[in-house]
Design a protein around this ligand. Structure first.
Ligand SMILES: Cc1cc2nc3c(=O)[nH]c(=O)nc-3n(C[C@H](O)[C@H](O)[C@H](O)COP(=O)(O)OP(=O)(O)OC[C@H]3O[C@@H](n4cnc5c(N)ncnc54)[C@H](O)[C@@H]3O)c2cc1C
Length: 665
């Protein structure tokens, strides 16, 4: 196959797609003078000459000023009607309307101020390569690289998990002119359910521009988009019924995803790449609105790239508890498509329209939310909430709890062999495999062959550790504990810093000092004789520090320390095995799967030859244990583990740095 010699060029900023989000971003970057003297490219296949949609949103005057939207707004409404014809003043909010074409035209005018290179092409994921410093894009006849890349292509969603749902908000509307003056041009109709639901949830949405002109849309929340023929018929009869004879000036239709699944992204790890708009999750699943969130994101990106460190903070479009409420509603609609009408009608009967709008804007506090949620049909929401909580339970994090309790039971029943069998099984499944692909971490490539240089380097590090044990066991032990703490902490926090290290130190201290006698005995087997006094106080102290670190770090890993009191009741080796296999190794494996974008089975298969070799070796070690004294073989086992984990700590550190650490530009 012949390879084309493509012309290539470097850009400071590249905008992929020039729809709502990237237009808002371009305007914001231009306003803050961050485009001056910059080399800019825009890749957009569409000419953006048609008024293909409207952007409506609720906002206060302050927000309009903050996002510089005054000039774009073509109409605003002070009053709203919803549910069973409730009329309400929504002040200090207003419902604003922006025509897509006025945004597209405004940004085109702004673009003229800069020497922008335009490409009218579609770009797919395979044409984009992202590294820590730049994004590289291959077009039909051109290659470009850029320091900042804003990707606003439509989102692709991952497969829904148990508690996630994918519906569409489908709408079909006409901009109509009526013979009579029928509309109140100061009031829009948010949701009018007084029409045939046809087995789903559908309503009329009316935006009156004058007394005899309005956009009237039939909107449905359902699994599949509306069929044009059926919709036209229903819309026609509903308009006639409400407003009399009319004339169609323009049509508008579309489908907006109402999906609570995660969005697939090429990457979000590296600073040059920014997902924007719908691709960044800006569409709120329960409403389909994204405009104001994209305004906020434009401001945030503008601040991020102008800040001194240029470090990108995570963009979280919606608050966690509101994501939960959205999931509940969509799950109910998914299970029972016609449940929407009674839910929304009750919502508007028992709450003011303004309260509902603030809730949809995610600007309510806990108490208002409880009041609002209590006004909804209780049973379907309670049932959906129970299912959601179960689906969200962090089974991986609860596993040490569950297994720890089982181990206690087996020990009590003198069935300790089951404990060892489970630990061995876990060691085979994740414990050893998570460290058996270290050679891939060096090249950062999942299919890289193992190199001789790597093996020699690995063996050298092991030999250094063995030598330290031989020369000075106390120093070796201290070193072993320190790098273990470092490594355990790094794999908890996906980054190595003082907090992760402290976490590792106190986690190890808690584990060891809850078993003072066994700890002392194991140490003396390794020729390290120390007196262990005040073990209980040290254990309580380190456990308290762990809780404090958790508080400081926002309780991210509370599950993982709550099982420590339970572990103190198990023999040391069992407790350590549980921690190592069912917490540390599982966490690390999840990170490896994430970093290499591979499934668990692919990781396991890749590691299998090395896992089998390690098992054979350990089996041989156990078989020849009679060569050592009983204590000596345990000591030899630990020394071997410390030697083999020494190079592993380096390999994993390299992996975490390259996959989870955001470099400063
Ligand atoms: C009819 C209609 C009415 C709506 N009304 C509202 C409303 O009232 N309020 C509200 O908040 N939201 C509304 N929405 C939703 C809103 O329009 C979207 O959420 C918003 O446009 C998302 O912005 P975006 O920039 O992410 O995507 P878009 O605005 O869709 O822009 C994406 C751009 O990427 C380009 N593109 C696509 N694929 C590729 C590719 N492979 N390579 C390069 N470029 C590509 C497209 O041509 C497009 O220009 C409405 C949507 C429709 C369809």
């Amino acid at each position: 196959m012949k390879t084309k010699n493509l012309t290539s060029s470097s850009f400071d900023l590249v905008f992929l797609g020039m729809g709502a989000a990237n237009s808002l971003l371009f305007l914001e970057l231009s306003r803050t003078q961050q485009l001056d003297l910059k080399k800019i490219a825009i890749i957009e296949p569409d000419s953006k000459n048609s008024n293909d949609r409207t952007f409506c949103f609720w906002a206060t005057e302050t927000e309009i000023q903050e996002f510089h939207l005054t000039e774009l707004i073509s109409k605003s409404w002070d009053f709203a009607t919803a549910g069973s014809q409730k009329h309400e003043n929504i002040s200090p909010l207003k419902y604003h309307h922006i025509s897509a074409i006025s945004l597209y035209n405004k940004v085109k005018e702004e673009i003229k101020k800069y020497p922008v290179t335009y490409f009218h092409e579609f770009v797919e994921d395979e044409n984009i390569k992202i590294d820590e410093k730049q994004v590289h894009v291959t077009l039909a006849d051109f290659k470009l690289e850029t320091d900042f890349f804003f990707d606003s292509r439509p989102p692709k969603f991952k497969k829904c998990t148990n508690n996630q749902t994918s519906l569409v908000q489908s709408f079909f509307g006409w901009n109509i002119k009526t013979e009579q003056s029928t509309f109140d041009s100061n009031e829009f109709v948010m949701m009018d359910f007084d029409l045939d639901q046809m087995g789903s949830t559908q309503f009329l949405y009316v935006l009156p521009f004058t007394e005899n002109q309005a956009l009237v849309e039939l909107t449905a929340f359902q699994k599949n988009p509306l069929e044009k023929k059926d919709t036209e018929h229903l819309l026609h009869s509903e308009i006639l019924k409400r407003f009399g004879e009319f004339q169609i000036i323009a049509t508008e239709s579309g489908n907006i995803p109402m999906c609570t699944a995660q969005i697939e992204l090429p990457t979000e790890k590296f600073n040059p790449y920014f997902a924007t708009g719908a691709k960044a999750g800006n569409i709120k699943p329960s409403t389909g609105y994204s405009f104001l969130t994209s305004c906020k994101q434009a401001q945030k990106i503008s601040n991020d790239i102008s800040s001194e460190t240029s470090e990108k903070n995570k963009h979280t479009p919606y608050k966690t508890r509101f994501q939960f409420y959205d999931r509940l509603l969509l799950n109910i609609l998914n299970q029972n498509p016609s449940a929407g009408k009674p839910i929304f009608e009750r919502l508007f009967q028992r709450n003011s329209v303004k309260e509902v709008i603030y809730f949809l804007k995610e600007e309510t506090q806990g108490w208002n939310e409880i009041k609002l949620l209590c006004s909804l049909p209780i049973l379907p929401f309670l049932w959906a909430a129970i299912k959601d909580v179960f689906a969200c339970l962090p089974w991986v994090k609860l596993m040490p709890f569950v297994l720890g309790s089982c181990f206690l039971g087996f020990d009590y029943l003198n069935a300790t062999f089951i404990v060892w069998a489970l630990l061995l099984f876990g060691l085979f499944l994740v414990g050893i495999p998570h460290g058996a692909i270290d050679h891939l971490l060096e090249s950062n490539h999942f299919d890289a062959p193992i190199k001789v240089g790597f093996i020699l380097n690995y063996l050298l590090k092991m030999a250094v550790m063995a030598l330290i044990w031989w020369v000075n066991p106390v120093s070796a032990l201290i070193l072993f504990l320190l790098y273990s703490a470092w490594h355990f902490g790094e794999s908890e926090y996906q980054v190595a810093n003082i907090w992760s290290f402290l976490w590792g130190c106190f986690m190890l201290t808690s584990l060891l000092y809850s078993h003072p006698l066994e700890f002392k005995e194991t140490l003396s087997n390794m020729s390290v004789n120390v007196s262990i006094s005040n073990a209980f106080e040290i254990w309580i102290g380190s456990f308290t520090v762990l809780i404090i670190i958790q508080l400081k770090r926002g309780f991210h890993r509370i599950w993982e320390i709550l099982w420590l009191p339970l572990f103190s009741q198990l023999p040391l080796l069992q407790a350590f095995g549980l921690f190592f296999v069912f917490n540390h190794s599982i966490n690390s494996s999840i990170h490896l799967m994430d970093g290499f974008s591979k499934k668990a089975i692919e990781l396991f298969k890749k590691a299998l030859p090395f896992t089998l070799a390690a098992f054979l070796f350990l089996g041989g070690f156990y078989f020849f244990r009679t060569w050592f004294s009983a204590e000596g073989w345990i000591a030899a086992f630990f020394i071997f583990i410390s030697c083999i984990s020494f190079p592993h700590v380096f390999a994993m550190h390299r992996f975490y740095r390259s996959h989870f650490f955001l470099p400063k530009k």
